[in-house]
Design a protein around this ligand. Structure first.
Ligand SMILES: [Zn+2]
Length: 249
């Protein structure tokens, strides 16, 4: 067995016997995996008492070819602790964990997705605005996993998007659909150009001014709806945490 170090975010942990836990870990180096942490529930333990939801750790585990990995050590880098009066930040954190758990396979690492997740959870912990932080995470995540939509030209005919009314977003098509191509297509979401323009900026990897993006309340609502629908469509089901989406606007 070889010991491996990793940068780690805890996705979940459940008790296993009176003294141990099984944790689902999301790591920069190895992707997602489950690990047994022997003795983690003892008062003195080598895990900094850190096997808690969304905690950021540095970990050491022994690699086993089958079944659970064996976590031997962890040092806590950051708790996920948000203001009690800000349930949106807490539930946004749970939503992010649910998405990472749903969209990633075991042992399929992406440093870029890990860094995005890490930065987003740090922003929420620091009290950054929830709608902006979560929206940026959502569209960047979709890009990294390879399902970035087309915002600027009709996915069916290639026509450049103009301010003309009647454009829609095709969930199946994965992007905007012009009025001419709409007939006969299904799962279209009617959406304003203003919201398409905002979403496009959140989705752009080179757009580094996203922290300053502004949107009116009704546009945020529309954007959240589009974001949730596109995620649910690609996942094949609606994530549980979408029932709290009104807190993310
Ligand atoms: Zn078209």
């Amino acid at each position: 067995m070889a010991a491996q170090n990793a940068e780690t975010i805890v996705l979940n942990s459940v008790p296993f016997s009176n003294t141990s836990q099984i944790a689902t870990l999301y790591t920069r180096e190895f992707g997602k995996f489950s690990a047994l942490a022997k003795g983690s529930r003892r008062e003195k333990n080598p895990f900094d008492n850190g096997l808690d939801y969304m905690a950021r750790l540095k970990t050491t585990h022994y690699v086993r070819s089958q079944g659970l990995q064996l976590l031997t050590q962890a040092s806590l880098q950051r708790w996920f602790r948000v203001d009690r009066n800000n349930p949106g930040a807490l539930f946004a954190g749970y939503y992010i964990v649910e998405l990472i758990d749903s969209f990633t396979a075991e042992f399929d690492p992406s440093a870029e997705l890990f860094d995005l997740t890490d930065e987003t959870l740090a922003d929420l912990t620091a009290g950054k605005e929830v709608w902006r932080t979560l929206t940026r995470f959502n569209w960047q995540m979709l890009r990294i996993i390879g399902i970035a939509p087309q915002w600027d030209v009709c996915v069916c005919c290639g026509k450049k998007r103009t301010r003309q009314t009647g454009w829609a977003f095709g969930l199946i098509d994965g992007g905007v659909v012009c009025p001419n191509c709409k007939p006969g297509r299904i799962r279209l979401v009617l959406i304003s150009h203003a919201v398409l323009d905002i979403a496009r900026q959140f989705a752009d990897p080179k757009h580094n001014l996203w922290r300053r993006l502004k949107a009116a309340d009704n546009h945020r609502k529309e954007l959240r709806r589009l974001t949730d629908l596109y995620i649910a469509h690609n996942l094949g089901w609606a994530p549980k945490m979408q029932r709290y989406s009104q807190l993310f606007i």
